[in-house]
Design a protein around this ligand. Structure first.
Ligand SMILES: Nc1ncnc2c1ncn2[C@@H]1O[C@H](COP(=O)(O)OP(=O)(O)OP(=O)(O)O)[C@@H](O)[C@H]1O
Length: 293
């Protein structure tokens, strides 16, 4: 019998896990996967649990929650080698990564993928030693995700981001950046934000980094040069359609390693959570983890 560890955040999204848990466990058990569970209690708990689960030799680790929980589980696992495959039950408000991976919405369908052992390899990003799977970034609007209170997200879901986004628009200010990427000349100047995508679904913008592939060993970097509010809104609208690459204010390239520094105070956002600040070294661990997908 395979042994699995399920780490779930009972407060994620609309708090569905409490209701689904018995059915998920029964379905896995009937297929020969004996699953023990851990309900997270707060920040950092999923990281500790995931690290311990790798050390204890579980055959499968599963994360149930939003992008925050998933990022914590990845951080518990990714520093080690010979990792067991990871299952992802997306229960958050955004679930960017799960959407990018085409993870089925129905828990029954996802259990079947785990049971049939259907996995694919994924790259893992590193930012100053911390891991991310979907997106890293800094600058205006990238602070959005952690400024939206979790209860508000539970109650009104995606709408919370847009409300907060509109509120933030008035305080857009540029940051000074120096970007050094392997094989490229120094990029420097004033930017509104920079984003480093590992997958091609970022904050609900599916065409923001359309060429980003989760298993190509590369990071897709998009930086937006200084602009005013009206131009910014126009560019965001263009990004929804994937037309932003034609604008001279958009810098885009692929790299496997880069360094970003700034004389300004710039916080980093990793998969929607606070991730330290600049300067930063960003790298990729090619095909480091297998996920059920
Ligand atoms: N029992 C708990 N009570 C409160 N917070 C918790 C608990 N367990 C974990 N957390 C914290 O909640 C954070 C956010 O959780 P998560 O991402 O799973 O849900 P979400 O915020 O609903 O989803 P999304 O990130 O997709 O919006 C986690 O990073 C974790 O630190």
């Amino acid at each position: 019998m395979k042994k699995a560890r399920l780490i779930y955040n009972p407060t994620s999204g609309r708090e569905e896990m409490r209701r689904l848990l018995p059915d998920i466990l029964e379905r896995l058990d009937r297929a020969g996967i004996e699953t023990s569970c851990h309900a997270t209690t707060g920040e950092g708990d999923a990281t500790r649990e995931a690290s311990e689960a790798v050390d204890r030799g579980y055959d499968i680790i599963m994360a149930a929650g939003g992008d925050g929980t998933l990022n914590e589980v990845i951080n518990g696992m990714a520093g080690k080698n010979d990792l067991p495959p990871l299952g992802i039950f997306p229960l958050g408000t955004t679930n960017d990564f799960a959407r990018a991976m085409g993870i089925p919405k129905r828990w029954e369908d996802y259990c079947d993928l785990v049971i049939e052992n259907k996995t694919r390899p994924i790259d893992i990003g590193i930012a100053n030693g911390r891991h991310f799977i979907n997106i890293a970034g800094g600058g205006s609007l990238t602070e959005l995700t952690y400024e939206v209170p979790s209860r508000l997200k539970t109650m009104i879901g995606q709408l919370a981001y847009y409300m907060k986004g509109i509120e933030k628009m008035a305080s857009l200010s540029p940051i000074r950046l120096e970007i050094r990427a392997e094989g490229l000349d120094l990029i420097e100047g004033e930017f509104m934000l920079f984003l480093i995508a590992n997958s091609n679904s970022v904050g609900g913008f599916e065409k923001l980094a359309p060429d980003a592939r989760i298993d190509d060993g590369m990071l897709d970097v998009i930086a937006l040069k200084k602009c005013n509010l009206a131009e910014f809104i126009r560019l965001v609208t263009m990004a929804l359609r994937g037309d932003h690459f034609n604008d001279p204010r958009v810098v885009y390239f692929k790299t496997s390693k880069m360094e970003v520094s700034s004389p300004d105070h710039v916080q980093l956002n990793l998969d929607g959570e606070l991730g330290g600040e600049l300067p930063g070294v960003f790298e990729i661990l090619p095909q480091h983890l297998r996920i059920f997908a």
